[in-house]
Design a protein around this ligand. Sequence first.
Ligand code: DHB
Length: 508
Amino acid sequence: MEKTKLYILSILSACIAGGGLTSEAKVSDKLSFNPAIAKQEVLTMPSGEKVGYTAYENIYYVSNIEDSVYQTLNLYVPESLKSGDSTPIFLRTYIGGYMATTAKSPSAGDATGRALKEGYVVCIPGSRGVNSTISRNGKTVCTGTAPNGLLDLKAAIRYLRYNDNVIPGSAERIIIDGTSAGGAMSALVGSTGDRPEYDKYLRKMGAAPTSDKVFASVCYCPITDLNHADMEYEWLYGCTNTGVRHLDANQIMISNELAAECPAYINSLDLKDDEGNLITSDNYRDYLKTFLIASAHKALEEGCEIPDSIGIIRYSEKPNFGDFPPMDGNGDGRGAPSYGPAGVRPMFNNNTDYVTDIDLDKYLSYVASVTPLKTPPAFDQYGVLIDTPTPENKVFGDEEGNPSNFTEFSLRHRLHDPKATLGKDLSARIFIMNPMNFISENATSVAPHWYIRHGAKDRDTSFLVPINLATKLKNTGFDVNFFLPWNRPHSGDYNLDDLFSWIESIAD
Ligand code: DHB
């Protein structure tokens, strides 16, 4: 502990002796952790159990603060640390809808309270987002366009690592957790540690000069792969266009055009299933079915009622599929994903039906009947059929608050110019906001452990988005725990027993 303190002091005194502070020393001065701000607090859990902890709040994590409302973090240290100096730090982002969020305190009802109770250090940073503004020279300036929200999380992580020897727990074991847009941020933080593409921004912000890699990424329903999400949505849900979705002729035209772009994208990913078989646009629906079947089967095992009307096809007697559970209804041998909830194939008992197949169109119509689908384009909507920008259009907008397209498809439709292209700077921003671009054999930038969940009736983005993310990570050799929990809409931080037993398993 004392080592870093002494080191910082020695840099400072060397600079002072040398006639002035270098900019690096100024950063270290402003960003050194001050334990004197500690306050003792108690959190009462839903069970009535009291969890005592030390709170360190309103800590600026950059030295060139642009937005003092959001660029702070709070840190919470439980009375008894789970595993001393090597205790993981659970970093929860409350980003939702790509909006700004202030640093928050732990909540007894979600993963932050649970983490404290389990003895983990908890960090809850604020970050800029689509609704954050400041006044500069009398003008309103939007501070949260891409990639700023992500940069804030990276800067917070750097702060923790920079002060690792004085902050309890280990910054080498940061586990980031987020939901939806926050899940997207979690995926980005998890896949882009120390990537040089972010350096110039982080330097300008005065982020601590250290690593921003994390140990694990928890992504609930990540709204990510934004520049392919429209085609993935229409390719999957197009089957409902003239049914439950009720689209008009123009919308159907856009939907069909988008869907037609998806097969080439799927095929470009070069994804493999667990047995090493290539996943293509031709067999992708079968691949998706394996995840939904595993989900439905687990639900039956746990005693859920599944109505016959939603496309789940089952047998009450174990069909003869040899030694393996009948996870692939079309008998192609692919089977269930082996990286299910506990990392194993679901166990079968004799009291439940066996899910043998899914009528996928019927099931997708059911999902669309529970929550109406987004209209096409689901994400890059601005100026295509309506002028209203989505949160994503604002994320890629400019400082003055003008929204922007982030796909050539939508840009060309908005401008009625089939040759229009996205500018170079904008393209670079779009690139660094997509985790799929950073998952490669170069493993050093990617978190080794991933927990990814997307509800089996969540229609906020296509099932292809989390499945492609999980599969690409798995194919590249990372530890991935992926599942589509049955009957779950768009939500996060559920089934905390499962999450925290996974955290325990990776942290041991
Ligand atoms: C969120 C949900 C969306 O459907 C979306 O497009 C972006 C963000 C959210 O809940 O964070």
